[in-house]
Design a protein around this ligand. Structure first.
Ligand code: SF4
Length: 426
């Protein structure tokens, strides 16, 4: 056999959306890789060892084509979704001191702050006015914030904006609030759900395996505990997403192990709607400059994730951390969701993410990748499908709906990032 040279395949029949998997001709020296890719593209289950082999050794284009075939099998309509939402931070005070985090301040630190409910409601109101369907309320592990704080906050948001979906918190916050209130995870979940929490964000997963997790977040709950809490939430009717932060010094095997841990829970609960990997941002935190995932590592990871998570419906890429070009490329690596126009984001941008887009920019990013853009809600239901450019918002309307990264949450007005643009709250 000649040198490994990628893949070849016949032209797709125009009437078939699923031509790839069944007609695939693999040209690679490694028969194992060819068989694994075919099986995964056909919707079969692959093992963690097989996923690792694909991650390290599969030809890049073949990996992408197989992942795209898996995407088409799951989402044959060729639509890529986006969301309009706002991340609203209620406090930056945190006792957990993760080494990768540029957002938090220790209790009693002079730059620590908390927003009152009126300010949070004001920001929710702005978001609704700009077309947001979801808010992500996100903050530090404040030593005084127990279940009661979140009950009051969610009730206030739902009282003022009954249609606004609260997709917020993560297993780490639930662990913390239950401890502060001296109650069980089950009780905490039931109470915040009753108060208005609609969906749990996958935040706090970072890296779930013990070695890398302890290295970057020694005071956070274990990866096993994070998953246990998610499982409780799923069982009690709160679905979630699952995230992964890559690039803090974890090995390839640990990246795959992170996904295996999530897939095992998904086998039991089916409660993860999507998987959302993103790349660690290196500024203003204790890991600064030591590590970072490359774009190629990120794109390969996305493709392997699409092939590995045969039981998770959606795969979202993070253009916010990798940029619009990589975001667009990711749509050819099995991704079916490009995340959101985040009307406000302070956590990742505090660590250096500086990519922005307005609504039309995001729509065009999707369309020029030969996909059909659609605005979705939290449940991935399509709200507006942009079949043609005639379905797009006007330039004037789209200009108003723009992502803002900032350090507005800091009372210093963004001292950590003086170059960042502040959101216009008026
Ligand atoms: S990532 Fe979250 S838990 Fe960790 S220090 Fe930052 S705010 Fe606190």
């Amino acid at each position: 056999m000649g040198p490994a040279s990628g893949w070849s395949h016949p032209d797709p029949p125009s009437n078939s959306l699923n031509w790839f998997a069944s007609t695939l001709v693999v040209v690679t020296e490694n028969r194992d890789i060819a068989e694994i890719l075919r099986r995964a593209a056909d919707g079969g289950r692959i093992s963690p060892e097989e996923a690792l082999l694909l991650y390290t050794d599969a030809p890049f284009h073949g990996l992408g084509e197989a992942a795209d075939a898996a995407r088409r099998r799951r989402h044959p309509e060729n639509i890529v979704t986006y969301l309009i939402d706002r991340n609203i931070n209620y406090t930056n005070v945190c006792v957990t001191a993760c080494k990768f985090c540029a957002f938090y301040r220790a209790p009693k630190h002079e730059e620590g702050w908390s927003h009152d409910t009126d300010e949070i409601l004001r920001r929710c109101g702005e978001a609704v006015e700009l077309g947001a369907t979801q808010v992500m309320l996100q903050g530090g592990h404040h030593p005084d914030y127990g279940v009661e704080y979140y009950e009051e906050l969610f009730r206030a948001v739902k009282g003022a904006f009954p249609d606004l979906v609260i997709h917020s918190l993560g297993a780490s916050e639930i662990e913390h609030m239950a401890k502060v209130s001296g109650t069980s995870i089950e009780d905490a979940v039931d109470r915040i759900k009753a108060a208005g929490l609609d969906s749990i964000a996958g935040a706090g997963a970072e890296m779930l395996p013990k070695r890398p997790r302890t290295a970057i977040a020694p005071l956070k709950e274990s990866g096993e505990r994070w998953l246990e809490i998610m499982e409780v939430a799923h069982q009690r009717g709160l679905e979630s997403t699952a995230t992964m932060m890559m690039g803090t010094g974890e090995t390839n095997a640990e990246r795959i192990e992170h996904m295996r841990m999530i897939r095992d829970v998904q086998d039991r609960t089916g409660g993860f709607r999507s998987f959302i990997p993103w790349t660690y941002q290196p500024e203003n935190n204790h890991l600064k400059g030591r590590t970072q995932a490359t774009n190629l590592e990120y794109l390969r990871l996305l493709a392997v994730a699409r092939l590995f998570f045969h039981n998770v419906n959606h795969l979202q890429s993070s253009w916010l951390t990798t940029g619009k070009d990589v975001g667009q490329l990711s749509l050819h690596m099995g991704v079916d969701d490009l995340g959101s126009i985040m009307l406000e984001e302070n956590v990742i941008s505090s660590a250096g993410a500086k990519h922005q887009s307005n609504l039309l920019g995001l729509i065009r990013m999707i369309r020029s990748a030969d996909r059909i853009p659609a605005q979705r809600n939290t449940l991935y239901e399509h709200l507006t499908v942009h079949w043609t450019p005639e379905d797009d918002p006007t330039e004037a309307d789209a200009e108003r709906v723009v992502s803002h990264y900032s350090s507005i949450a800091l009372p210093s007005g963004g001292r950590a990032h003086p170059e960042l643009k502040l959101i216009d709250a008026g």
